[in-house]
Design a protein around this ligand. Sequence first.
Ligand code: GLP
Length: 263
Amino acid sequence: MRVVIQENYEKMCKWAADYIAAKINAHSEDRPFVLGLPTGSSPIGVYRELVKKNQAGELSFANVVTFNMDEYLGLPHEHDQSYWYFMHDNLFDHLTDMKPENINILNGMTDDPEAECAAYEAKIASYGGIDLFMGGIGVDGHLAFNEPFTSLSSRTGLRALTTDTRIVNSRFFGNDPEKVPAYALSVGIGTVTDSKEVLVLINGHNKARALAATVQGGVSQQWTCSALQLHNAAIIACDEAACGELTVDAYKYFLDIEKEERL
Ligand code: GLP
């Protein structure tokens, strides 16, 4: 697993956006580039950079199909905390050439979550899988909404959110955990690790424990992000602040092996 440590959040986002843009630009036009996308505060700077590149004419989304990681159950599109709203507000509405029909987000208002999730998996498969899945993680290491002890081979499905996650995410819901939906639809860990490449953003002091568990702990369903250790093309882009719980030797190793990448 590659761990690319950048000095700060801005540099981490620039690095990740450059990486994604290079992959999209290098992709053959015969078939669409299939990009998995996360929500949360971590990717906001990456989306800002991707929008800049797109508006400057350096990056086209005309041949890009996106699949989002997750969506709260019971929030309509127009709810300002739905992930549908977030994605349009932070990315899609600002792109010059994104085709609305190429945007895929789980429908949190479905009355048949099982069918919704099965159709999502089938649609991903119909494109031949995901080329690059960008992700973020929660402080408890959840990848998408795969909370601790979710199976590492899980597929897209309904997930119950832990009290901890509802408390953490309550900052977007007037600081009231009760207002955070109790359930979400989410791709599975297996859905993410089936992607050809995975790029996970981990930034800030509050993610230091999760980064250490992802990289230096064993593969464990307690830290669902640790499944990335078994992927042959997984990259973690992180900032210095998130490195506080890595051992010094691991930290030095990543800086050394990735020194060309520290732009
Ligand atoms: C939510 C999302 C996750 C995301 C996490 C971290 O729980 N479902 O996909 O990774 O938030 O968010 P943040 O980047 O704001 O720390």
